[in-house]
Design a protein around this ligand. Structure first.
Ligand SMILES: NC(=O)c1ccc[n+]([C@@H]2O[C@H](COP(=O)([O-])OP(=O)(O)OC[C@H]3O[C@@H](n4cnc5c(N)ncnc54)[C@H](OP(=O)(O)O)[C@@H]3O)[C@@H](O)[C@H]2O)c1
Length: 290
């Protein structure tokens, strides 16, 4: 099957960003519980350098990873940044030393978090920022108003949303130019997943809206949620590949509007995941994996 190599992040601004349709998610570069320094700092820095050397142009982060750990690692490994690199961050929560997550969505906190991301990433504006919806958030519209205001002020080039329901996404699209959507999605998990600390919203119906509106859809947890699946193993054998590689290849083939950001803390897994982009699944393989 033919799959496009690049994807355009357009939003409403006059600065569309064209990136390779294969990114990297940094969340796994933190310590246990997505908190603190990585177990192997040199390896984390090496993964980030290799990502850019290998042609990756899209890196996903958040100031609540660590906190600030992934942002600082990115700056240490990659600053001054390559002109084509898009660093996408998220706002909407903060952390406590007990590793708990404290959701926020008022204007003051969103603004403070953007300033913090700019400082730790050493940028004067962010190319792309997702408002990440968490349990406990109220008044989605008010939060989005703040995001668009920050865009008008030039702090953010493109505004996106994350972990949204169908109706939140439709509201956001009516309010302004939504550049990207980041929700949980993968071959093994297409719908909402309830976790003890809240809901991770899927997937399939959000992708439909993205396709209709030509908005790139960035799936998270496409490897993490994959189950031991005979079909994936069968296709993996056919291509002499791993199950993780088939899960990534599936996202690339599922829709040209998908921009995968597989995460890993392991250099070996990172190199393996990159090779998933070379797997050319057939229409028959995709039907089988349905
Ligand atoms: N917007 C949101 O709400 C949200 C939520 C979660 C994540 N994210 C973003 O999405 C990115 C992707 O999600 P994720 O990193 O949590 O999960 P993921 O991409 O689904 O997979 C990561 C998990 O799979 C393992 N893994 C990766 N490659 C592997 C391979 N080749 N073989 C075997 N195991 C492999 C990793 O362990 P190893 O480290 O041992 O490789 C890790 O446990 C994150 O890094 C983050 O940037 C966003």
């Amino acid at each position: 099957m033919n799959t496009p190599q690049t994807i355009t992040i357009a939003g409403y601004s006059n600065h569309p960003l064209v990136v390779r349709r294969f990114g990297y998610g940094t969340m796994r570069l933190t310590g246990e519980g997505i908190y603190g320094e990585p177990k192997n700092r040199p390896e984390a820095l090496k993964i980030l350098s290799l990502a850019v050397e290998s042609g990756i142009q899209f890196i996903d982060t958040a100031d609540y990873y660590g906190e600030d750990v992934t942002n600082r690692l990115i700056a240490e490994a990659l600053y001054p940044y390559h002109a084509d690199l898009v660093i996408c961050t998220k706002v909407g929560t903060t952390r406590k030393p007990d590793k708990s997550w404290i959701p926020f969505n008022n204007s003051e906190n969103l603004r403070r978090s953007i300033e913090n991301n700019l400082k730790t990433l050493k940028r004067d504006h962010m190319s792309l920022v997702h408002f990440r919806v968490l349990p406990g958030n109220t008044s989605f519209e008010k939060s989005m108003e703040t995001m668009f205001k920050l865009q008008q002020e030039g702090k953010i080039l493109h505004v996106g949303v994350s972990n949204v329901t169908r109706s939140e996404l439709q509201t956001a699209i009516k309010m302004g130019g939504i550049a990207t959507v980041e929700n949980m999605y993968g071959q093994g998990q297409r719908t909402t997943l309830k976790m003890p600390f809240g809901e991770n919203r899927g997937g399939e119906e959000i992708l439909d809206i993205c396709e209709q509106n030509q908005i790139p859809f960035i799936p998270y947890w496409s490897i993490f949620t994959s189950k031991a699946d005979d079909r994936v193993s069968g296709i993996a054998q056919k291509y002499n590949a791993s199950a993780a590689q088939i899960n990534i290849a599936w996202t690339l083939h599922r829709s040209p509007w998908i921009l995968p950001i597989p995460g890993t803390s392991s250099l070996i897994h990172f190199q393996e995941n990159l090779k998933a982009a070379e797997i050319n699944l057939t229409e028959e393989d995709m039907r089988y994996l349905e």
